[in-house]
Design a protein around this ligand. Structure first.
Ligand code: HEC
Length: 124
């Protein structure tokens, strides 16, 4: 009886020690997937319904800056800046990225425009 224990305990200990690092990558060290954020799908749907994608691409600069560039520039801004950016989408914007202005989107609500900004900022 005593002898079995002395063999069994180190064996169990070894199994646990080996098992631990192997299970870690799938549980704790996974980066948060931003596409799972509730604002992502909502904002993406709003952007897709509007004319945004004729001038903006996610990765490449077109007539307007890419959404990834915009997300980098405004990373970590507060709510006041989010509503300011929403205002620029509604009223049109110019002079921040270059000579070409962004057309106004007067039919958009402030709430929807902010939803679009939230989505864009998640692309950083
Ligand atoms: C006619 C082309 C065009 C359309 C359509 C358009 N944009 Fe833009 N957008 C631009 C340009 C050009 C700029 C850069 C303006 C500047 O330099 O201030 C810009 C800038 C922006 C910015 C950054 C504003 C800033 O001050 O840095 C955001 C955010 C943005 N657009 C979101 C949107 C969204 C959301 C839509 C759809 C509702 C949209 N855009 C539709 C051309 C467009």
């Amino acid at each position: 009886m005593k002898k079995t224990f002395r063999l069994l305990i180190p064996l169990l200990w070894m199994l646990m020690a080996c098992g631990d690092p192997a299970t870690q990558p799938s549980s704790s060290s996974q980066p948060a997937d931003k596409t799972q954020h509730p604002d992502y799908a909502k904002g993406l749907a709003l952007v897709a319904q509007s004319d945004c994608l004729t001038c903006h691409q996610v990765q490449e600069k077109r007539i307007g800056p890419s959404y990834t560039e915009i997300a980098k520039k405004y990373a970590g801004v507060n709510d006041a800046m989010v509503s300011e950016l929403a205002q620029r989408i509604i009223k049109g914007g110019s002079g921040v990225w270059g000579e070409i202005p962004m057309t106004a989107h007067p039919t958009l609500s402030q709430q929807d425009a902010e939803g679009m900004v939230q989505y864009i900022l998640l692309l950083n």
